[in-house]
Ligand binder design. Structure first.
Ligand code: NAP
Ligand code: G4F
Length: 351
């Protein structure tokens, strides 16, 4: 009988954390997740799969922790004894990283270093082997012209991207210096109905749902010319898992190989509900970035050849999936609003 595998995730409450947890549970893993303490519940994305840990057989277990707190990370590692670690935790918003550069560096760059240090000592002391996935980003390529692959030089254009680049090189260095099994995923943008509402795709589909249901009139956006290689998060977490099942650690680009502008996303998403985006979208310079990344388009040939990975969901299907989910969500909000409940408009807090 094969032994039950144990995984530990940082960033379990985020979009990817939720999809990866589902995948690992389906594969029979025990999943430990590190979540930040907040004054409100921040486990919405896990609610569907969470079972009371008092019940026997619960395989999803949450622990309070933070990438800025090395002692806590070490304690969780010793307690959970994972074979696989997925470091997904991050201040992951590029625009916000210009407003909070130090905090972004602390969680994204130094946070990764803290975790790698904890893993290094844990492996030394216990003789156990741990496989480590580092959530790298296509933002690291920044101003390097497309198509980008593993050999493309990094040219980061934001504090977030600089921090992810540092984390990437920490990961490479720990692999080479200490022989740790550390793999970097260099993932291009991936979205879903669980995407944070301040990222442009979800901001758009959320607005469409609310506009159709009479809850919102305008959508304020920044640069519509930027082009991104948008895939589906559910597909991308499979690539993360595959990276840790290989004989040797390595670095892989994960992308669809197709890019669209924000304007094209607007056309497709508003087109899905037969509306013209130009009637609703206004420009707001607050959403511009001091330095922008104009064009990301990934070449994932290596992941295809070595991992056997390829995306299942294409651009049109992704847009449809997100618009449909947000139509349903806004419909529920409308019913509540009609029953007299106050539905908060969060547009002011978006970036
Ligand atoms: P996300 O939805 O923003 O989730 C980020 C997660 O990190 C959340 O669980 C968040 O907790 C947690 N977190 C934030 N600060 C933390 C801290 N100081 N200590 C511990 N945890 C912290 O991001 P995502 O889209 O799932 O992305 C997952 C990872 O992949 C991130 O590292 C991101 O930078 C990277 N990435 C994402 C994409 C993409 O297109 N989605 C592409 C390339 C790379 P709260 O829920 O409490 O905020
Ligand atoms: O959706 P975004 O905020 O994603 P961005 O900056 O590409 O970063 C995301 O993908 C990275 C992978 O490449 C991840 F590493 C990172 O963690 C994050 O998940 O912005 C996409 C584009 C940008 O060019 C931005 O300037 O959309 C443009 N945009 C235009 N108006 C806007 C807006 N972005 C946001 N968030 N809000 C706007 O109103």
């Amino acid at each position: 009988m094969s032994e039950t595998r144990i995984a530990l995730l940082t960033g379990i409450t985020g979009q990817d954390g939720s999809y990866l947890t589902r995948l690992l549970l389906e594969k029979g893993y025990i999943v430990h997740g590190i979540m930040r303490r907040a004054s409100t519940f921040n486990t919405d994305r896990l609610d569907e799969i969470y079972t009371d840990p008092h019940e026997s057989g619960a395989r999803l277990l949450l622990h309070y922790g933070d990438l800025t707190d090395a002692t806590g990370l070490r304690r969780i590692l010793q307690k959970t004894r994972p074979q696989e670690i997925y470091n997904l935790g991050a201040q992951s918003h590029v625009r916000v990283s210009f407003e909070q550069p130090e905090y972004t560096a602390d969680t994204v760059a130094t946070g990764t270093l803290r975790l790698l240090e904890a893993v290094r000592d844990y492996c030394d002391l216990t003789g156990n082997q741990v496989r480590f996935y580092q959530a790298g980003s296509s933002e690291m390529f920044g101003a390097s012209p497309p198509p980008q692959n593993e050999k493309t030089p990094f040219y980061p254009r934001s504090p977030y991207a600089v921090s992810k680049t540092a984390a990437h090189w920490y990961a490479v260095n720990y692999r080479e210096a200490y022989g740790l099994f550390v793999s970097n995923g260099i993932l291009f943008n991936h979205e879903s109905p669980l995407r944070g509402e301040t990222f442009v795709t979800r901001k758009i589909t959320r607005a469409i749902g609310r506009i159709v249901n009479g809850l919102q009139k305008k959508l304020y956006l920044g640069n519509l010319d930027a082009r991104r290689d948008w895939g589906f998060a559910g597909d991308y977490v499979e690539a993360m898992w595959l990276m840790l099942q290989q004989d040797e650690p390595d670095d892989y680009v994960v992308a669809t190989g197709e890019a669209h502008s924000v304007r094209e996303f607007l056309e497709a998403a508003f087109g899905h509900v037969n509306l013209d985006w130009k009637d609703f979208v206004e420009h707001d310079p607050r959403y511009l970035r001091p330095t922008e990344v104009d064009f990301l388009l990934g070449d994932a040939s290596k992941a295809r050849e070595k991992l056997g990975w390829k995306p299942r969901v294409g651009f049109r299907e992704l847009v449809r999936m997100m618009v449909e989910a947000d139509l349903e969500l806004a419909e529920r909000e409308r019913v509540l609003a009609e029953a007299g409940h106050r539905i908060a408009f969060r547009g002011a807090a978006t970036r």
